[in-house]
Design a protein around this ligand. Structure first.
Ligand code: IPE
Ligand code: IPE
Ligand code: MG
Length: 235
């Protein structure tokens, strides 16, 4: 099976999955987090080079205090465990988003994980934490504007590739396939610049139930598509 170079996933539906089982939303997040570890291994086995997942948005702070605290606890344990997965899968892990809103110990764990995994190159794994596409674009413009003010960049030299260097995803190729689980068909502020020519795949399966079989189904559907990038498909 031919696999996409870069798969992006909006991990959605943990809360509804748990509710359907009569369990609290936090249980869904725990199961969803465990599923992320498994899918990461599957993605590596299939030979996909880049994986980017949406785990916490800039809007997710609006959830109840209890849910946000539960998620922070989960991030702490996940970031620690992720070191082992990075070592096992030889994967480089990068956090995209603005980590400054997190508690100092979480920021430390992010730095440690990125530093620990920085020389691995078999799978490039981006985790979006406190990520919002609008926020990313505004932060990028701020950095770019500072470089212009310092005379490092001439306004006329700003083009698409120059701008991309300021995004959190600098150096990461655009996703080929975006998967969103659990039925919603929207981007919810995810990678709006980077998804310009990405193929979208929506499934009703909630994230905790999205396994290798569902992943392969998504890739097969993707392979049957006719990607054009504005041109005409060659014979
Ligand atoms: C995705 O599941 C995980 C996060 C956004 C942190 P949700 O928590 O959005 O689950 P639903 O969509 O409410 O079911
Ligand atoms: C998007 O899911 C964010 C993540 C999966 C981290 P949400 O569940 O927060 O999005 P909305 O609120 O349904 O748009
Ligand atoms: Mg949701």
């Amino acid at each position: 099976m031919k696999v996409p170079n870069h798969i992006a996933i909006i991990l959605d539906g943990n809360g509804r999955w748990a509710k359907a089982k009569g369990m609290p939303r936090g249980y869904g997040h725990i199961k969803g987090c465990a599923n992320l570890e498994t899918i990461c291994d599957d993605i590596k086995d299939l030979g996909v080079k880049y994986l980017t997942v949406y785990a916490f948005s800039t809007e997710n702070w609006k959830r109840s205090r209890e849910e946000v605290e539960g998620l922070m606890k989960l991030f702490r344990s996940y970031l620690k465990k992720c070191m082992k997965s990075a070592e096992k899968n030889h994967m480089r892990v990068k956090i995209i988003g603005d980590p400054s809103a997190f508690a100092p110990d979480i920021q430390d764990k992010i730095r440690q994980l990125e530093e620990f995994s920085k020389d691995y190159d078999e799978l490039y794994f981006q985790i979006a934490l406190n990520y919002g596409s609008r926020d990313e674009i505004v932060r990028s413009i701020r950095k770019l504007a500072a470089d212009v003010a310092d005379g490092k960049v001439a306004p006329d030299a700003i083009d698409e590739s120059c701008f991309e260097n300021y995004l959190d995803t600098a150096g990461v190729p655009d996703p080929d396939l975006l998967i969103r689980t659990s039925g919603e068909q929207r981007l919810s502020n995810f990678l709006m610049w980077q998804l310009a020519y990405t193929e979208f795949y929506f499934t009703d399966v909630p994230w905790p139930d999205f396994h290798k079989k569902e992943l392969i189904e998504a890739i097969e559907k993707y392979n049957a598509r006719d990607r054009r990038y504005g041109g005409v498909k060659e014979e």
